[in-house]
Design a binder for this molecule. Sequence first.
Ligand code: FAD
Length: 464
Amino acid sequence: MKVAVIGGGIAGVSAAYELARAGVDFTLYEASHRLGGIIETVRRDGFVIECGPDSWVTEKPWARELAVELGLESEIIPSNDQQRRTYIVQSGEMVAMPDGMRMMVPTQWEPLLSSPLFSAEAKRDYLREPDQADELKAAVPESDESVASFVRRHFGDEVAATIAAPLLSGVFGGSVERLSVRAVMPAFVKMEREQGSLIQAMRKVAQESSAAVFTTLKSGLGTLVDCMVATLPAASVRLGDAVAGIARSGKNWQISASSGATEFDAVLVATPADVTRGLLAPLDAGCDELLAMEASSAIVVALAFAPEAAATLRIPHGFGFLVPQSFEREAEPQLLACTFVDQKFAHRAPRDGVLLRAFFGGEAAPRLLDSPDDGLVELARQQLSALLGSLPEASFSVVRRWPRSLPQYAVGHLERMARLEERLRGLPGLKLIGNAYYGVGLPDLIRQGRAAVRGLVFPSLLSR
Ligand SMILES: Cc1cc2nc3c(=O)[nH]c(=O)nc-3n(C[C@H](O)[C@H](O)[C@H](O)COP(=O)(O)OP(=O)(O)OC[C@H]3O[C@@H](n4cnc5c(N)ncnc54)[C@H](O)[C@@H]3O)c2cc1C
């Protein structure tokens, strides 16, 4: 059996790693000159700077399992949850989210009731929610709804706008009015179905689990990619080799890439949704509409302050802040969030150094994608100074642009994916993996990439 993997982000590299382990002949095509896609770690002067993802969600096991399998157990580190405090920017000030919040759900009353983040009315809405468990359970809608509508049913308008919107935009870069609750918050939907009240359900979860919320690797997530790549036969990896077309050739698939055309028994398409859409269009026009999705862009501006420069900084304790976004197209570009990286994780900065990672996203990002690095650094510095006090010159900065990198799972996403799978049955031996379908987080993509290979290879071994 010979398999083509198109796209060398985490989904494609995980698939290639699994193919290598199974001893299957494969070619991994990657358009750029490096593997990892959105995962990129820059190491400089004692700083470990993540240009894309900085961690995975601990409760999903697949990234950790892979790291252990790769011999990276001693590299695995948790987020510093004793420092875990996130601020929301309100009227130009950073206001701490109350302790004990799990996303927008409080697990303790006292910090919530004494928090200046919410009005008395919002606090009343919170207090009422557990008493409405039966009504909420009975009122679960038949079909999908937006995250905003789900949150409003439990906690009202203010909570949806003040906290759900910036939290979700921080992860997906999109509007909670459009995001599908079933696709992006399945655990919350399950809690509602089973218990009605999210507060009651989340309190049980909080009592049962004391694990840190996020997990990463000491030397950065690039190590996860590097260790997988080290197991791949060099001749199987084609960098700078963009795939331009996929065509049926009898029972096989013909891949046309910059390097020429080759035939394979099976194809795993691990490219971003826009590229996948173009590749599938000649094979099945029906997939086109199902793959057409909004995607948001992100820009990361990391500012590294060596100990001398950092001495004058007064960064509050916590993981960072989120800025509620204006979705008006004309609004001034605003930061979406900033992570206080050296507080969130150990091993990210030299002793007494400070590492800030600012993000632009949502409606603002497309307008900034063409700005030069200097301009982006200056814009980030100005907006950070307004919140954190004046910033000294950074010792160095790193800027990365990720255009249309985060597909938006709009309401009805899972039904569209079911229809897409149905259509793909007409293209046997071709599978889609990547962040456009069943999760944008690293654990989900690792699981998908590896499972897709098992789905291809095991049936083929059995039929021998
Ligand atoms: C700023 C940012 C921060 C994030 N933070 C987190 C986080 O902390 N934790 C988390 O779990 N997730 C996070 N995410 C989400 C996560 O990083 C992505 O969903 C994930 O990395 C996407 O992986 P992928 O393999 O699907 O796609 P990609 O990484 O986009 O890889 C696709 C690859 O396909 C290649 N390609 C494109 N066209 C072709 C072609 N024609 N031929 C061959 N190759 C092609 C591209 O060059 C690319 O390498 C973040 C995302 C962003 C943008």
